[in-house]
Ligand binder design. Structure first.
Ligand SMILES: C[S@@+](CC[C@H](N)C(=O)[O-])C[C@H]1O[C@@H](n2cnc3c(N)ncnc32)[C@H](O)[C@@H]1O
Length: 174
């Protein structure tokens, strides 16, 4: 099944942080969305990557799913302009049962989604095989979250990450 698409990246985002980049900026740089790309994000959380992907899109689009309605609501607030413009579609959904009626994507990605590193992702890979075009690409990113915003800021050589400031603990075991 994995031959249907190429697994390009399972990497440490800290490499990007050491280059002075936010981990999500770095990952989006690796994904390198093209203006006409159709992308799927699994486990979008607050939708930060959605924003950064949309900033690179022209006629393309991103569909982002998260099984948490709270996270999708937050992502929708952050990306209201992109949703209104038709560049972003946000759905409460679990990957293993996500069905878009045969639509297929050029690229799919997930960042810090536990099932790919700590679970048994057979059903998730089966779903992705149905959701990607035959030459589609899958990008999986994993790093161990920092314990706090100050740690992220220190790794970046500055103060607390503006995306994470105010949160006591960054990341959770999903
Ligand atoms: C640790 S957060 C990471 C959020 C974001 N990708 C990031 O890197 O900051 C993992 C997110 O994935 C979602 N998630 C976990 N497993 C999922 C699945 N099988 N299908 C859809 N969403 C999932 C969780 O609800 C959570 O919002």
């Amino acid at each position: 099944m994995l031959r249907l698409f190429r697994v390009l990246v399972s990497a440490l985002a800290r490499g990007g942080i050491h280059m002075g980049l936010n981990r999500i900026d770095w990952a989006v740089g690796v994904i390198a969305p093209q203006p006409s790309d159709h992308l799927l994000e699994v486990g979008c959380g607050h939708g930060i990557a959605v924003t950064k992907v949309c900033d690179r899109l022209g006629e393309g689009e991103i569909v982002a799913i998260d099984r948490s309605a709270v996270m999708i609501a937050a992502a929708a607030r952050r990306n209201a302009e992109h949703v209104a413009a038709g560049r972003a579609t946000l759905r409460v959904a679990e990957l293993r049962s996500f069905d878009l009626g045969g639509r297929r994507f050029d690229k799919a990605f997930a960042m810090r989604v536990g099932v790919f590193t700590r679970g048994d992702p057979a059903r998730e890979f089966a779903a992705l095989a149905q959701l990607l075009k035959p030459e589609g690409r899958l990008f999986l990113f994993h790093d161990e979250p920092s314990t706090g915003a100050d740690d992220v800021g220190a790794a970046r050589g500055g103060g607390p990450s503006p995306e994470l400031a105010g949160r006591g603990t960054v990341g959770a075991d999903f």
